[in-house]
Design a protein around this ligand. Structure first.
Ligand SMILES: [Zn+2]
Length: 355
């Protein structure tokens, strides 16, 4: 009888409660499915009338397309930042905003020296920044405490790629290490300010996109340059809300360092062995992601998706999600199947154990 009451109470959980329960280490009714990065697809653009590239620069269109993740597919979160270019656009990069099925890209990076960077006083009022804040506010107004709202910032490493050029930055880690330290120091104020503003606007959780990927920098260089900066940033955000690190690619050699950086969760891609990852991070970080985008979600069958979701959960993923921003031609049936497969399972062992 007591158990029945408990289960009934759990079934009344909202999407937002379900997601936040994972971060709070409390029980939840069903396995939550989130999207730390974009789940915008051409089908959802057609159904909402909110299309790439217009959504990147229009707050209400951005909110409408983000809402589709929950309304049309059933995700427990909505995530309005579809690209990683809002800050770069606000800070002087020349941007090609892309097209219907193409993400934006940087055409020109403006920053030669770290000391040329001045944090604009009106940063939060600049259009690409304001657009995202408006979208978060609109989503908060619409979903209130029903759906988890996930904001996003670009961390200082990726921001340095954008503003100074990735090739330049990588070269300078060897030739002018002090310059790289200085870049990260001055650029870190951008995600901190933007993160606080997004939490204030109504974000429940934040994705921190910082691509210290194994193909470009070593774990040793990550530890030397970026780790101390991310540690400082995470300290200042500790009270604001949970932060998910997004960093694509194989990360086994640096996962322990990511956990030391103080992130609450890590968005892990399918090139990693989740079981091994759980062994490395233990209780320090929640793992989300691991559902392969190109071969499973874009080109796979519904049965492939179901298998991938079950594998991810069996191996230790706590929050189900696609591994990275979705290619725009992913079919909606595969997105719906992520939620369907996760819903077919009960809450996690950790959730059940907490009662
Ligand atoms: Zn990614």
């Amino acid at each position: 009888m007591r158990l029945d009451v408990m289960i009934m109470a759990r079934e009344e959980m909202t999407s937002r409660e379900r997601v936040l329960a994972v971060f709070n280490r409390t029980s939840y009714d069903k396995v939550p499915v989130i999207n730390p990065t974009s789940v915008a697809i051409v089908e959802s653009m057609r159904l909402t009338g909110a299309f790439f590239p217009h959504v990147h620069t229009d707050g209400s269109a951005m909110a409408a397309l983000a809402g589709a993740g929950h309304d049309l597919f059933g995700f427990d979160s909505v995530t309005p930042y579809f690209s990683i270019h809002q800050e770069a656009a606000a800070l002087g990069c020349e941007i090609d905003w892309g097209k219907l099925d193409k993400f934006p890209q940087i055409l020109k990076s403006p920053l030669l020296e770290p000391d040329d960077f001045v944090m604009p006083k009106n940063f939060l009022d600049r259009k690409p920044i304001k657009t995202l804040l408006q979208a978060i506010k609109a989503l908060k107004k619409k979903y209130g405490s029903e759906v988890a709202i996930i904001g996003k910032v670009v961390g200082p490493w990726t921001l340095a790629y954008h503003l100074h050029g990735a090739a330049n930055l990588i070269l300078e880690t060897n030739l002018e290490p002090q310059k790289v330290h200085r870049f990260l120091e001055v650029l870190a104020q951008v995600p901190i300010q933007f993160a606080h503003a997004q939490f204030e606007a109504g974000a429940d959780i934040l994705t921190w996109a910082d691509h210290a990927t194994a193909d470009l920098i070593s774990a040793k260089a990550y530890a030397e340059f970026l780790l101390p900066v991310q540690q400082r940033c995470n300290k200042t955000l500790q009270k604001a809300g949970p932060v998910i690190l997004h960093n694509c690619g194989p990360v086994a050699d640096r996962l322990n360092l990511f956990a030391q950086a103080g992130f609450d969760a890590f968005h892990i891609d399918s090139r990693n062995n989740v079981r091994e990852a759980v062994d490395i991070v233990g209780e320090r970080m929640i793992l989300t992601g691991n559902i392969n985008n190109p071969s499973i979600l874009l080109n796979g069958t519904v049965a492939d998706v179901r298998r991938a979701v079950n594998n991810a959960l069996d191996n230790g993923i706590e929050l189900v999600s696609p591994e990275c921003a979705l290619p725009c031609w992913v079919p909606s049936r595969n997105l719906r199947e992520i939620i369907h497969a996760a819903r077919s399972r009960k809450g996690s062992a950790r959730g059940d154990a907490c009662g």
